[in-house]
Design a binder for this molecule. Sequence first.
Ligand code: NAD
Length: 287
Amino acid sequence: MSAKILDGNAIAKSLRGDIAVQVKQWVSAGRRLPGLAVILVGNDPASEVYVRGKRRDCDEVGFHSQVQHLSANVTQQDLESRIHSLNGDHSIDGILVQTPLPDHIDEERVIDCIDPDKDVDGFHAYNIGLLALRRPNFRSCTPKGVMLLLEHIGLDFKGLDAAVIGASNHVGRPMGLELLMAGCTVTAAHRFTRDIAAKVRLADIVVSAVGKPGLVSPEWIKPGAVVIDVGITRGANKKLYGDVQFDAVKEIASWITPVPGGAGPMTRVALLQNTFQAARAHLGFSE
Ligand code: NAD
């Protein structure tokens, strides 16, 4: 059996098209454009590429966007005061601080400063808390994007076994909460997990978010499982690698995402959906 490829580029493109249509209707009703502000600190080349991509996505669907590019030496106080002023800016619905941040910056404090109603990345403790309580507001973009992929193939989640490999605050943990909310029985695996292969092998859905190329081998995968590879590592040759041994796992799984072109574009489309959601809420339209 050879798995079907879950083409995140194609699915994200179609979802962007839907958003663009909704934005046109929104604007023709006389409303202001949804607005996203991105704060980029320093000159990390990968972050610059991600921010350019986010800006391009905003242009494509018709959002207003702005990027504040700050020096790597910015102080905690300066960065926080930028966020406070964006919190009060009525043309901005969503605020995103691109990570990683320089070592001297306390990232948790930075995220705590973002108004939870503008936290379109879904990283604020308030929004993670709502997700844990099954009352999601802004859902973290990568896990939300993965759920959009899984919904696209029409999975009936209830009762399925899911394994999430990686338990970070931004990806693995909210991913587990999403799958739990959907009715899966979730195993959260991480660097201290013993006999990880035995645990992952029970899963109907496997999401890997570690950042270790080739970590997930075919022996870990139950025949017919759906395998989502969130990991992205840039090799010395500049090529991007996922966590999953794609060619071998493809022969065992029923569906599999490529890297690049799987979870990445879905993360970006989830950001657009969250920003539009924020604009609707700010202008008094409930979901
Ligand atoms: P992180 O470093 O914060 O977390 C990694 C997690 O992996 C930790 O919970 C750690 O315990 C776990 N881990 C480490 N070694 C392990 C092992 N041998 N076995 C099992 N678990 C292990 O990283 P992150 O921010 O969660 O990102 C994870 C990966 O996802 C990275 O490659 C990152 O680039 C990628 N990523 C992709 C997207 C996307 O849109 N596709 C978005 C965010 C992150």
